[in-house]
Design a protein. Sequence first.
Length: 406
Amino acid sequence: MDSCVITGMGIIASLGLTVDEFWHRLLEGEQAIEGVMIPGIASPIWQSRVGDSFNPKDVVDDPRVLRNASRFTFYTLAAVSQALTQAGLNVLPEERTAVVMGTSMGGVPDLAVAQSAYITEGIHKVPARLMASVIPNMAASHVAMHYRVHGPQLTVTSACASGIDSIGMAARLIQSGMVDVAIAGGVENLLDPLVSASLFHAHALAHATHGSDASKPFDRDRTGFVMGEGSGVVILESEAHALRRGQPILAYVKGYASLADGYHVTAPDPSGKWEARAMQRSLESGSFTASDVDLVLAHGTATPVGDRAEIRAINQVYRSPHTVVISIKGHIGHSMGASGAMSVITAIRAMHESVVPATQGTRHLDPEVDFDVVLHEPRTLSVEIVQVNAFGFGGQNASLIISRSR
């Protein structure tokens, strides 16, 4: 099988609308978290929102797309544009380019708005193209249409593991020889009162008096997660295709695994057994052992039950207090289907700059933690191999291994 490499990255996030801005603000320890009041809920709902400076017209000039597409599609198109520019791919092999995007729920906010308009103003207020706007495959579909590519067009909906599963599945398409190029990643736009109210009633969201104290991965006093949004995209190629173009290689995709907990619709197996097994199988698929890994980008959403399971999983796999671990959820909240791809982008920048961002928000580590969580300030670290985790509702467990060199 041909090696799969990463040659481009793009991001739309609360911390920045480019990879450079996102990375530098991560290193600065910024937390893009704010409180939003929702009718019927007395306390603020903490969110990490893409700023008002994002304008779909900066990346889309077709008035029909601007009129009929949902915001999650715009986030995706913007991130893809950045990634293709870095990859130097002005022309894509039309039948040998795949588009594989992950998302939890697609355009649900637009669906909620349309439902409210239908109830309050009548059926004539329901948009004719609502269905074609909100279904989860529309992000990948618009990418394929925009760039006129005709290879596999796939959408992965595996909750918060969607981004990692998309990259892992796209890598397998390349390794199998089916395609030469894949546009892959994740996107989410769920900062909607309906979704927030549901998660509030499920006691899944953080409660805090200040945004800086809301999302605190692996903290003994963590209370829940902060909802985030955005898109993270990488360009995958076969190594042979990238070398023929003379394109610099950012990283290699070396391992991937996806397993089911088979336990509960929202809570992970508390033992962490199947998360650990996904991590182990990802290592094995790349012929690595835990001792080979320099950094773990944890899922680390700051929920009491979710972090407990991942702590136990990391402890089981690594069995070393020297294993370096970070989570970026304290900076940007949990962008769900986009979160894994954003972690991959963070990992690649850490590889190239030999520095690791600190895990923000965390002050007192959970006593079960038996690994080295980077806290308070960035750490200089030589990073060659990284494991990136993503776990989701329904028992979705995904893990990816990337390396700087072959």
